[in-house]
Design a protein around this ligand. Structure first.
Ligand code: 8YV
Length: 323
């Protein structure tokens, strides 16, 4: 039987590409350059399954391609706000993702941002690298203590739970969360976290606010000017979720006016564009969407995609169905 054709839009870890090549007629992207809309349409016409990443905007204009051969979008990543699910369904496409395997690494990166921000690690490193460090002194780079502070988590899925465990049991933090979903009290307690009375209450009570909700229309600009104004001027914002959850212009204004203490960002509204205003601010840590970027996790993500492809082409239910 002819092997199904699967198109990968970016380079993946070598071990996964090798495993894919053994099972499928796999088409790799040797240049690793992001596909534009026309290349995505061509791939949908040519492949049985398309394996995109967060850098591929699969909107109705792409998914509405008339002669679509593909039947599955096997996304490399857990978030799927770059895929118009209604348009995918309309085109008869199933969609899968890679939940679970990137939980710990994304939680670790959240803590990285929290510590870098609070302890001014980026600023300190810049000073050392620039040859400007003239020696220790009692008032140099005084930051904020993390231990014992309050962390507010917006969203309470797998990643937020993993962050809560690290923060509460590792740093003795009081952890609050807000989510529209019901959460079993025992699950929250096992992570050392407690529900806040409301999103507004969480924002007002937290020394660190960290975003862990999905992107998409429902959460777009959830953190707007009004809600940012509820945060303490001593508080920090951390975003490892999706850039669009925060009104970036409002965040820049809040930082500029000293209405919040700083921000640690791994994601942006219009990636890879990062607003110039943010780049000029010392109290902002800027990372290039590194949440899941470890050898182990990126390989595990690829293997989850492989598991979904295998199931789909063997006529079995998708292990990780989105639709
Ligand atoms: C991925 C992520 O690297 O999985 C996600 O949703 O945000 C990242 O960790 C990226 O999405 C890969 O497509």
């Amino acid at each position: 039987m002819k092997k199904p054709r699967v198109v990968l839009t970016r380079r993946w870890p070598a071990a996964v590409e090798t495993a894919l090549a053994a099972r499928f007629d796999a088409v790799f992207n040797a240049s690793d350059e992001a596909f534009d809309a026309e290349a995505l349409r061509a791939a949908l016409r040519d492949a049985d399954a398309l394996c995109p990443t967060v850098t591929d905007r699969l909107d109705a204009s792409v998914l509405g391609v008339g002669d679509c051969r593909a039947k599955l979008i096997a996304n490399y990543g857990v978030g799927f706000n770059h895929i118009d699910l209604a348009a995918a369904a309309q085109a008869g496409l199933k969609v899968s993702n890679t939940p679970g395997v990137l939980t710990d690494c994304t939680a670790d990166l959240t803590l990285t941002l929290m510590l870098m921000l609070a302890r001014r690690a980026g600023e300190g490193e810049r000073e050392v690298r620039a040859g400007r460090w003239d020696g220790w002194r009692p008032t140099q780079f005084m930051g904020s203590r993390v231990t014992g502070k309050t962390l507010g988590l917006i969203g309470f899925g797998r990643i937020a739970e993993a962050v809560a465990r690290r923060a509460h049991f590792g740093f003795g933090m009081r952890v609050l969360f807000h989510t529209p979903r019901p959460v079993e009290p025992a699950v929250a307690a096992a992570c050392g976290a407690a529900p806040a009375a409301s999103l507004e209450a969480l924002l007002a009570a937290s020394d660190f606010v960290s975003l862990h909700c999905p992107g998409g229309a429902e959460t777009r600009h959830l953190l707007n000017a009004e809600r940012l104004a509820l945060m303490s001027p001593q508080a920090f914002l951390i975003n490892t979720a999706r850039g669009e959850v925060v009104d970036e212009a409002a965040l820049i204004a809040a930082l500029r006016d000293g209405r919040i203490n700083g921000a640690g960002l791994d994601v942006y509204s219009a990636e890879p564009a990062v607003p110039a205003a943010l780049m000029q601010m010392e109290n902002v840590v800027l990372l290039p969407h590194l949440g899941s970027a470890t050898e182990e996790t990126r390989t595990a993500m690829g293997l989850r995609v492989l598991a979904n492809l295998d199931a789909f082409f063997n006529g079995q239910p998708l292990p990780d169905p989105v639709i």
